[in-house]
Design a protein around this ligand. Structure first.
Ligand code: SAM
Ligand code: ZN
Length: 362
């Protein structure tokens, strides 16, 4: 196995040399996910979590960073023998002593008696098959983090794959990444509810390639979460969108046919206090406010509990600047924020007809 030594954050890492990113890699490492690992370091520090399970560890990149940058005690698990060899080498060069298991993740979870206050599920594809067993290993008030790289089913390209994996019907349109993220949230919440545990989303982000959600464990609030599961409806004719619980009307006011995505989670995906705390941890972790702009957008999103956004070109004839749209809606008294899903998108309680009236796309 040809290896090269790289560094990420405060970790030194051996990874497969000059390799094309694919799941065929002997030791999977994707430099593009540094952003995601950076955020997990910030979040774990902000939430003061100390005992970590890196369940699908590969080179150990995430767990090693959490040990070195957030002072955590990390347990590693990884099914590939080759990857475990490299992971152990990586622990050595980072002067870390940790427990390392070489098991299928579900086997590890089923046979372990340990509890963790942060569990990370970062697989190839869907995380869903590892969630149910993880819940039992999560400490009271612990955080479960899941990554899904199977975004195409979740945002509606492969409807039946989404139905099989997540028990929801997706819908493919411009704003579907948010639907996909909320379907993933619902699926995890639902599995935890079977243990009568509530897993409340506290931080989430989406890119084209992966979705990531962090959930906070609480006992017996599962009923409250169930009330926030429903549908988002989208009218293909007038582009109206709205959410509902399980009883919903079948047609739009304009007479157009409604398409629906769901069931999905309609509640907030961000805890404002946590995002603030992450903002203030940046200097300590990176020596600079590396994610100030990104966290500022999430902070805005956390304050407006509307489970969808609008692309500006859906309602404006000539594309105005996003900040000009926000200013105008604010002045009139609508709730409005930017969204990390799209820099040309806004989250607002204004209706599509009001937006068209204001921005001239009659
Ligand atoms: C996307 S990589 C993990 C990346 C790593 N967390 C990082 O930040 O670099 C997924 C890893 O899961 C491992 N894996 C796949 N199926 C597994 C299973 N059933 N149990 C344990 N590990 C598994 C793969 O060998 C691979 O190393
Ligand atoms: Zn309509």
């Amino acid at each position: 196995m040809k290896l090269e030594k790289i560094s990420e954050g405060k970790a030194a890492l051996y990874v497969s040399k000059g390799a094309k990113i694919s799941k065929e890699l002997e030791v999977f490492y994707n430099p593009a996910k540094e952003f995601d690992r950076d955020l997990s370091v910030l979040l774990v520090k902000a939430a003061k979590k100390k005992t970590v399970l890196d369940l699908l560890a590969a080179s150990g990149a995430r767990g090693i960073r959490l040990a070195k940058e957030a002072g955590c005690k990390v347990t590693f698990n990884e099914v590939s023998k080759d990857a475990v060899k490299v992971l152990k080498k990586n622990l050595k060069i980072n002067k870390l002593k940790s427990k390392v298991y070489n098991l299928d993740a579900n086997r590890f979870l089923a046979q372990s008696y340990d509890k963790f206050d942060f569990i990370d599920i970062d697989p190839f594809g869907s995380p869903i098959n590892f969630v149910f067993n993880s819940i039992k290993r999560l400490d009271k008030n612990g955080i479960l983090a899941v990554t899904a790289t199977d975004t195409a089913p979740l945002y509606g390209v492969y409807k039946y794959t989404c139905m099989k994996k997540y028990g929801s019907v997706p819908y493919h349109t411009k704003i579907s990444h948010e639907f996909g993220l909320r379907i993933l949230a619902k699926a995890v919440i639902e599995l935890a509810a079977k243990w009568n545990v509530s897993l409340t989303p506290i931080f989430a982000h989406a890119t084209q390639h992966y979705y990531r959600i962090y959930f906070q464990h609480r006992r017996s609030h599962a009923d409250e979460l169930m009330k926030q599961i429903g549908f988002i409806h989208f009218c293909e004719k007038c582009k109206a969108r709205f959410s509902s619980g399980f009883n919903f009307q079948q047609s739009c006011g304009c007479g157009g046919k409604l398409q629906s995505a769901g069931p999905l989670y309609l509640g907030s995906l961000w805890n404002e206090e946590l995002v603030k705390q992450m903002e203030s941890e940046q200097i300590k972790v990176f020596g600079r406010t590396k994610y100030h702009n990104f966290l500022a957008v999430l902070m805005e999103e956390s304050r407006i509990n509307i489970p969808y956004y609008f692309e500006i070109m859906e309602f404006a004839k000539i594309e105005p600047r996003t900040d000009a749209v926000i200013k105008k809606l604010n002045e009139i008294g609508f709730l409005v924020s930017r969204t990390h899903f799209s820099d040309k998108g806004i989250r607002t309680n204004a209706s599509i007809s009001k937006l068209r009236e204001l921005f001239d796309k009659a």
